[in-house]
Each structure stands twice: as C-alpha cells, then as structure tokens.
Design a protein around this ligand. Structure first.
Ligand code: ZN
Length: 406
C-alpha cells in the first residue's frame, strides 16, 4: 500500500514550474539555462530516494540504486516545447521521484525504483536523442549533426556550454531492469470526456509520412484559358478533399491523418502553379490499416492526376513502427487503478510519441495517462486538477510496487 505525500509531490511540481516560468506554463527548451537548472534540481533531489545521481554526456539525468533485488526504471523528460505547458514531462519525472522516495525506503518491498529524465524528448535537437542514446541507438556522428531547430546552435556547442562535453553517455545495462514505466498527461480529451482518472496505454502509435508531388504546367494566369490548364495546385486541393471523403470508410477507429504543409511552385498570384507538393502524415497502431490507407492514397492521387492532366509522385518518407506496451504492465496499471482510482480507467493507445516507445525496444514498458483539462497541451494553458495529479501518483506508485513484487 503506497503512502505518497501529495503535498511533497505538488511542491516539487510547483518548484519545477518556477524554473523557466512563462505565463501559466514554462519556456524550457533543451539545454537552455532553465532546462539545465531543472536537471540540477532533479540531480539534487535523487539522494532523498537513496539514488546516486548522474547527468550524463547527452544530458540524461539518471538515479541509480545500490540495493540488491529487482529494479524498475521510471521517468519522463524535463525540457518543454517553446512557450508551453508545465506538466508535459515533469509530471512523469516527479511521479518517478515520488515512487522512488516511497518504495526505496520501504523495507517490505524488495528492489528499487530508479529514475530517469530523458534529454530532448521534445525534439529541439533531434528525435528522442536522450532515450535513444540510452538504448544505444545514437552515434557520435548523430550528435555532431544535431542542431537546435529554433536557433541552429549545434548540439556539440550546447553540450560544451552546459559543461557536459566529454562526459560519457550512460547506456542501459541489459537485464538490470524489470522494465520501464512512464506517466504522462493525456494531452487529449478521452479521459476528461468520460470522467475517467487513468488511461492504461496499450500502444504508442506509429507515424507514417508521405510527400506527394503533382507536376502540371506553369503558365500565365491571365492568358491561359481554363480548359487548357494543367494546374498542380488545384490537383493538390482536390487530393485533400478526396482524402477527407474517402479515408473514413477504410480507417480504424483511432486513425488520424494530417496535411501539414502545402507548397506551390512558383507560388505567385499571377502564375498557374506548375508544381504542388504536400507533406501528409498518418498515425495508427495497426500497420495493416496504414497499408490499406497508403494503397487508397496512391489510388486517389492517380485518379486526380489523370483528371487534372498532371503527373503525380507519392513518396513514403517515414515508416512508423508502433510500440506495444507490455501486457503485464498494462494489467498492473489497471489493478492499481481499481485499488486507488475506483477502477475509473480505460485502455487506450497513445497518439503522441513518448520515450516509452524507445525504451520498449529493449525492455518491457508501460505507460499511464492522467486527464488533461480541455485536452490542451503544447500550450501554457496546459493543466490537470491537483486531485487528479495526486490520484495518478497513487496509481503510479502502486503500479511500481506491483511490478517489483511479482
Ligand atoms: Zn512529453
């Protein structure tokens, strides 16, 4: 039976909110001064949980236990998107810290919770660089090439300025952990809409990305008659409408798709576009559904190209691999929710990416969600009721206890 301190937990979260405070959220991009202060903040707290703290050569904070017995790894991230929310990341880190404080001092529980804050989950410099480094999936060349997407600073310069250059990068010791558990705000409205307290994450969806290019004929917008045109921009617009009409019949219940960027070439008011390009993304946790949709996308694009007298090219830029959460972890979260959240839980996939998908490549992994007010995230208005934060922590700590006990 975990005995968490709700007061201590909220105090920790409020302290983190002060570091890089912006309106009601935070501005704490990777390797900014407030981000480095947040890493130090965590490193100084970890000894309270009988953990030895280390900030490694890529900015991961790791709390390691010297105790014998099984170990569970838990954590999330401390940097934020630019001008964003206070709970995206810190909630999972503070839950892990609280779990370690409660469990590592309990003589009735064998083993320990170890804590991690993964650097750059929010992708200022790359793509899950911290957790991927830990699982052995980042080379020195990857780090050489990484730059801050906002100000173009190299990751090497940022590490140097942070005093982390030259430190070794810690990688996972295979077999050390029974698995990895991460808590996160839902960043959607599923839980709030159904008055539920806990989301038991079943999988983290894969992301498939496409570049679709129509080629027509660039010509004068005043002298080219409508019947003679081969307008690549119009073809693109038709494609967007056709996707919206025809995808729903073949998608899964939670498939989502987005046209994120459209570019017309040359993109001038008096020129018929000769080339139109769009970036299109599909997310689902079932590769078969995405395969079906990709075939449909190619079929629709070809039909429209013929009707618009344009050429078309559909290129897959990225293939997603969904990460499945471990069954035992899902059951443990569910059982903990039935003890501490009146069973108000639901199994659901995560539509957003999380470090757990990276850790899942080398060990069993699980996640739980707590409600987000209004589903708002990546914005300073992001928030969760204090009562939901505390309830989520109770479920989290009980889940840790269960995972270490059997
Ligand atoms: Zn996050």
């Amino acid at each position: 039976m975990p005995n968490i301190s709700g007061e201590r937990l909220l105090r920790d979260l409020y302290e983190l909110r002060k570091i890089g405070e912006y309106k009601t959220g935070v501005h704490r991009p990777t390797f900014s001064e407030p981000h480095l202060r947040a890493l130090e903040w965590l490193a100084q707290k970890l000894p309270q949980a009988s953990l030895a703290a280390e900030i490694d050569g890529i900015g991961n904070v790791l709390g390691t236990s010297a105790e014998a017995g099984p170990k569970l790894l838990a954590g999330s991230h401390l940097e934020s998107q630019n001008f964003a929310g206070w709970l995206d990341g810190p909630l999972g880190v503070v839950y892990a810290l609280e779990a370690a404080r409660v469990i590592n001092s309990d003589p009735n529980i064998q083993g320990a919770v170890e804590v991690a804050a993964w650097c750059d989950e929010e992708g200022h410099f790359g793509h899950f660089l911290g957790s991927r480094s830990y699982v052995g999936d980042v080379t020195d060349q990857d780090i050489d090439a990484a730059r801050d997407r906002t100000d173009n600073r190299t990751m090497r310069a940022a590490l140097q300025a942070a005093g982390l250059a030259g430190r070794p990068r810690v990688t996972a010791e295979r077999g050390r952990h029974v698995g990895y558990l991460e808590a996160h705000i839902e960043q959607g409205r599923t839980l709030e809409g159904s008055r539920l307290a806990i989301g038991v994450v079943t999988s983290i969806v894969g992301i498939w990305q496409y570049q679709i290019t129509f080629t027509g004929e660039q010509n004068h917008a005043g002298t080219t008659r409508m019947k003679d045109r081969r307008d690549a921009g119009l073809a693109l617009a038709r494609l967007c409408v056709a996707i919206d009409d025809r995808f729903p019949a073949r998608s899964g219940p939670r498939t989502v798709w987005t046209t994120g960027r459209i570019a017309l070439d040359p993109g001038a008011p008096s020129i018929i576009p000769g080339r139109g390009e769009m970036l299109f993304q599909v997310r689902d946790d079932d590769p078969e559904i995405v395969e079906r949709l990709e075939a449909l996308l190619r079929e629709i694009a070809t039909e429209i190209a013929v009707a618009s007298r344009c050429g078309v090219d559909v290129k897959r830029l990225r293939t997603g691999s969904p990460a499945m959460m471990d069954d035992r972890f899902q059951r443990a979260v569910e059982e903990a929710a039935s003890d501490f959240a009146e069973g108000r839980s639901v199994r659901m996939p995560s539509g957003a990416g999380h470090d757990a998908q990276v850790l899942a490549t080398i060990m069993p992994a699980g996640m739980l969600f707590v409600p987000s007010i209004g589903g708002i995230s990546h914005h300073w208005d992001e928030n969760t009721d204090d009562a939901d934060i505390i309830k989520g922590a109770e479920v989290f700590v009980e889940t840790c206890r269960r995972l270490l006990s059997n």
